[in-house]
Each structure stands twice: as structure tokens, then as C-alpha cells.
Design a protein around this ligand. Structure first.
Ligand SMILES: *[C@@H]1O[C@H](CO)[C@@H](O)[C@H](O)[C@H]1NC(C)=O
Ligand SMILES: *[C@@H]1O[C@H](CO)[C@@H](O)[C@H](O)[C@H]1NC(C)=O
Ligand SMILES: *[C@@H]1O[C@H](CO)[C@@H](O)[C@H](O)[C@H]1NC(C)=O
Ligand SMILES: *[C@@H]1O[C@H](CO)[C@@H](O)[C@H](O)[C@H]1NC(C)=O
Ligand SMILES: *[C@@H]1O[C@H](CO)[C@@H](O)[C@H](O)[C@H]1NC(C)=O
Ligand SMILES: *[C@@H]1O[C@H](CO)[C@@H](O)[C@H](O)[C@H]1NC(C)=O
Ligand SMILES: *[C@@H]1O[C@H](CO)[C@@H](O)[C@H](O)[C@H]1NC(C)=O
Length: 476
């Protein structure tokens, strides 16, 4: 009897003996995990969430279905945290438990800037992809991972575009996302190829399956986190992984106004400082309201290429074609760039032609393209700043009443010309890349993937057709 007594004594407090299976080792691991999550709760971990089943009507090639939603388990007032996650429970390069990997990867990616040197890749996207992919793979290889439950739940994660059959890939050709498969395959290749240069993976190299899994998990569960308040000017937002099973059921919402972003913060709780990532309520929110995360700046077509579904309403239009104006420069210090910044035309994204299903261009494009026309043609005046509403307005008014009506009319004609040219070329491209046999095959297919793909193609055709109709109605 004596030894049973002893075993009970060494169990960490808060654990009952019946949570211990016969297998001693497994028991120990699960005890360690429990202890970790208990300490995370002491460090401030808090998720004011509970599961709820909601009915979803048929949409976007998907049948009606019930899905799990995460809703508030309590009222949350303005400025209070909906979720509070200690940094140690977040998966990033800085928090990875593999110290050797952290040192090597930090040197490789950020100190020696190898990606930039070897592949001429300067985009932060790829650096961040790798800085998450390897900690994820290392964590998955660790049988004692404290994130075991979450890792198990994501074991079958996949990227929609990479799973398509040859027949299905044809449906992407000619659409705005025809490069998606190549883009995703390139990222997978980068994860595999770069791993071969890390001594951490010398003994056991990264496999295809691991690379695809890591890519899919990052695409699906990576969340943009804004840096600490005092670092916002010097650091861009970063992508983090929250390996908490509860977060897997949080749905995505296309509107960044509804889906609240995450931010890093140091919170003082009593006398203790808590280093946490938080999602803060921007208004009083009642118990039961659904909580969402933002998938990023993705049109419905881009959503389908990545995730296999789209939104009923999406403020990010279909398209992507960038028209970089001659007077715009990537260089923040270039001459004339300051003017663009005043109108929020600070990134090339603002010059992307993207359209709503009804065929209207996004406001950013109209505003920024007009501004660029005024600058390029010598009509720019700082007084333009007070005419933001007119700059955003599309279609333009039938008549301008101010004395500079001629320049505005000319700018509008140029905006409309660019729009019409793009939409006509996209409509033609969609037509040229589809034959009647394939169309017939997909139109009547019952396969769920086929249906989503066909829906996407139809939405693109409709969008560009409507765009042409809207452009032609505008009298110049
Ligand atoms: C449990 O884990 C601790 C620490 O890793 C180890 O010292 C101990 O031997 C383990 N006990 C069992 C029963 O596996
Ligand atoms: C969703 O759940 C409700 C209630 O449980 C049920 O009546 C309904 O048939 C379900 N809908 C679908 C599409 O499964
Ligand atoms: C690197 O990329 C930049 C911009 O993407 C390009 O202008 C430059 O020519 C490239 N350099 C090399 C050596 O490929
Ligand atoms: C992953 O796929 C396998 C094989 O189809 C299945 O047995 C397993 O339950 C799946 N795991 C999850 C978490 O869905
Ligand atoms: C990694 O190693 C491969 C083969 O040795 C080489 O071709 C590649 O350029 C290296 N990549 C990086 C990022 O160091
Ligand atoms: C520019 O962006 C900021 C921050 O997103 C916003 O507050 C401001 O209203 C925007 N200005 C214009 C002209 O859209
Ligand atoms: C953008 O569209 C025009 C046609 O309007 C086309 O000539 C051009 O190649 C496109 N550019 C890109 C990057 O797709």
C-alpha cells in the first residue's frame, strides 16, 4: 500500500489519479502538458469563448450545412480583451522550445539574410513563412509537445490549390488566380530546399509531407499580429501561430472591421507584467456574439484557391492587375512619394484593379489612380486633400461644377479607360481558356470541389461582364 501512497504524493497538485492511464510514460507527458497550460492560465491565458452550432445557407458552390462557431461566453466591454494569450503559448521563432533551431534560423534569415542573398527575395512574406515553418515542424516531431492536442487536430491540413486534380486545375486557367498553384508550389519548394542548409535538419531532413503540412497550417492558421504600441513605426505586423484547439473553430470574416486583429501588449495585472497577444473589443459586445479572425486581403477567388470556400460578401474585389503609375515609387524617400502617402496610396496594392460582383472598382484604386493622373500630368495641387469624397466617388458625377472640371473629366476618362481595357481583356481571357466539353462537365458535376471551382469561374465571368457594362454606361 505504501508505494501507491507515494505515487499519489508526487503527482502535481490539481491532478486526480484517474486522469492517469495505465501507461506510465503517457501519464507523465499528459501531466506535463497540464502543468504547462495551468501555468499559462496563471500567466494570463484567457479565452472568453464557447462553441455554438450555426446553420449556414447554401452558397458559393457549397450546400447548406451546420458549422461550429465560436461565440463570446460572456459580455465583453469596449477596450477589454476577448482573448489574451501569453507569448509563451504562441508559436513563433522567438518562442520555439528548440534553442538550437532558433539561433541557427535567426542567423540564417535575419542576420546573414541568406534568402535575399541567394534568391534575391526581399519580400518579408517568405522570411516569415520560413521562420514559422521550421518551428512548426520541430514541434510536430516532438512527442512531448505541449501543443500535442492542436497538432493532432491539424494533422490533415492541406492547401486547396495543391490538391486539385489535373482536370480541376484547368478550371483555374485564365482566372485571376491561375498562378495560385505555382505560387503555393514555390513556397513548398522553398521550405524543403532551405531546410537542407540548416544543420538542425541534417540528421533527419524535412519531408515533402512535412513541408506541405507546415505551409497549409501557416496559410490557414497564421494570424497577423500588430507589434507593441511603441514599436509600430519600426516593425511591420508579423504572422504568428496560436496552437490552441479552441482557436481552430474560430471562423474567418472578410471584413477587417468585423474580424478583430491581434496585437502584442504588456499588461499589468496587479504587480505582475504579462507579456501577451490580445484581441481587444472595439465596442461593447454581448455574450453570444460570434468572434472572427481575418484571413488577410483576399478576394473570393483567392479565398477559394487557398481555403476552398468564399464569402457571401467580400469587400476585397476580384482582380489583381496592378497599374503602377510612372510617378509612383516603392522607395519611401523618392521624390513625389510623400504626396501619395497623403492619400493612403502608399503601397502598390492601392493601385490594384479589383471589382465587386456588381462590377464597381474598389475605392482605393479610383482615388489613387486619379491622384497619380493629376501628378503625372501636372495638375496636382495640395488642395486636392480636401476633396477626398470626390476622389473616392465612382461612377463620377455627370458634371463637375468647379473650375477645374476639365482636368477631373480627363482623369476620369483615363480611369475608365484603364478599367475597361482590363475587364475586357479578362473577360476575353476567361472565354478563350474554356472549352464547351469542360464547361459541360463541370456545370453538372456533383463533386464538391468541382462545384466550388465552377462557382469561382462563374463569379469571375459575371464580375468582369458587369464591370464592362458599368464602364460603358459612364459618359465621357
Ligand atoms: C516523468 O518526467 C520526469 C521529468 O521529465 C522524469 O524525471 C521522470 O522520471 C518521469 N517519470 C515517469 C514515471 O516516467
Ligand atoms: C443543422 O442543425 C439543425 C438543428 O440541430 C437541424 O435541424 C438541421 O437539419 C441541420 N442542418 C443541416 C444542413 O445539417
Ligand atoms: C533582384 O530583384 C529586383 C526586384 O525584384 C530586380 O530589380 C533585380 O534585377 C534583381 N537582381 C538580380 C541579381 O536578379
Ligand atoms: C486525418 O486523416 C486520417 C485518414 O483519413 C483520419 O483517420 C484522421 O482521423 C484525420 N484526422 C483528423 C484530425 O481529422
Ligand atoms: C541551400 O542549399 C542548396 C543546395 O546545396 C542551394 O542550391 C541553395 O541555394 C541553398 N539555399 C539557401 C537559402 O541557402
Ligand atoms: C488612410 O488610412 C488611415 C488608417 O487606415 C485612415 O484612418 C484614413 O482615414 C485613411 N485616409 C483615406 C484618405 O482613406
Ligand atoms: C494587366 O492588364 C493588362 C490589360 O489591361 C495586360 O496587358 C497586362 O499584362 C496585365 N498585367 C498583369 C501584371 O497582369
Amino acid at each position: 500500500m505504501m508505494w501507491i501512497f507515494l505515487v499519489l504524493l508526487v503527482l502535481p497538485s490539481g491532478l486526480s489519479s484517474d486522469s492517469c492511464p495505465a501507461n506510465g510514460q503517457a501519464c507523465n507527458q499528459s501531466a506535463k502538458r497540464k502543468a504547462f497550460w495551468k501555468s499559462m492560465r496563471q500567466e494570463g491565458l484567457e479565452l472568453k469563448l464557447r462553441r455554438k452550432t450555426v446553420e449556414e445557407k447554401a452558397f458559393g458552390g457549397q450546400p447548406a450545412h451546420n458549422r461550429t462557431a465560436m461565440v463570446l461566453s460572456d459580455d465583453v466591454f469596449y477596450g477589454r480583451a476577448i482573448m489574451k494569450i501569453p507569448r509563451q503559448a504562441v508559436l513563433t521563432l522567438e518562442t520555439t522550445r528548440e534553442e538550437k533551431l532558433r539561433k541557427e534560423l535567426t542567423g540564417f534569415l535575419f542576420e546573414k539574410r541568406k534568402l535575399e542573398m541567394l534568391y534575391n527575395i526581399s519580400s518579408e512574406d517568405y522570411t516569415h513563412l520560413l521562420s514559422l515553418a521550421y518551428p512548426l515542424i520541430a514541434e510536430r516531431r516532438n512527442p512531448e509537445s505541449v501543443f500535442h492536442e492542436w497538432l493532432k487536430a491539424t494533422e490533415n491540413a492541406s492547401v486547396f490549390a495543391l490538391q486539385l486534380t489535373h482536370r480541376q486545375k484547368k478550371v483555374l486557367t485564365g482566372t485571376t488566380v491561375e498562378d495560385a498553384i505555382q505560387e503555393m508550389a514555390y513556397r513548398k519548394h522553398l521550405i524543403l530546399d532551405t531546410a537542407s542548409n540548416l544543420t538542425f535538419f541534417k540528421k533527419k531532413s524535412v519531408t515533402q509531407a512535412e513541408a506541405v503540412w507546415a505551409l497549409a497550417v501557416i496559410m490557414r492558421h497564421g494570424r497577423v499580429v500588430h507589434p507593441y504600441q511603441d514599436q509600430r513605426d519600426v516593425r511591420n505586423p508579423r504572422m504568428y501561430i496560436f496552437p490552441l484547439p479552441e482557436l481552430l473553430d474560430v471562423a474567418m470574416h472578410a471584413s477587417p472591421g468585423v474580424a478583430i486583429s491581434f496585437q502584442e501588449e504588456v499588461i499589468i495585472d496587479g504587480k505582475r507584467e504579462q507579456d501577451v497577444v490580445v484581441q481587444i473589443a472595439r465596442r461593447d459586445m454581448p455574450k453570444g456574439e460570434e468572434i472572427f479572425v481575418w484571413p488577410g486581403r483576399l478576394s473570393n477567388s483567392e479565398m477559394i484557391a487557398r481555403h476552398g470556400f468564399s464569402f457571401r460578401e467580400n469587400p476585397i474585389g476580384i482582380g489583381r492587375n496592378v497599374s503602377q503609375p510612372p510617378s509612383w515609387s516603392e522607395n519611401k524617400n523618392a521624390k513625389g512619394r510623400k504626396e501619395y502617402d497623403l492619400y493612403n496610396c502608399s503601397s502598390l496594392e492601392a493601385f490594384e484593379m479589383r471589382f465587386s460582383a456588381e462590377g464597381y472598382p474598389m475605392r482605393n484604386f479610383v482615388r489613387c489612380y486619379r491622384v497619380s493622373w493629376f501628378i503625372t500630368n501636372g495638375w496636382y495641387s495640395p488642395a486636392l486633400k480636401s476633396r477626398m469624397r470626390e476622389l473616392n466617388k465612382w461612377p463620377p458625377p455627370e458634371k463637375y461644377t468647379k473650375s477645374d472640371w476639365l482636368s477631373w473629366t480627363q482623369a476620369d476618362a483615363e480611369v475608365n479607360r484603364a478599367i475597361l481595357e482590363y475587364c475586357q481583356s479578362m473577360k476575353q481571357q476567361l472565354k478563350d481558356t474554356m472549352d464547351s466539353d469542360t464547361a459541360e462537365d463541370f456545370r453538372h458535376s456533383k463533386d464538391p470541389v468541382d462545384r466550388v471551382l465552377w462557382h469561382m469561374r462563374s463569379e469571375e465571368s459575371r464580375t468582369f461582364k458587369n464591370c464592362i457594362a458599368v464602364a460603358k454606361k459612364i459618359k465621357m
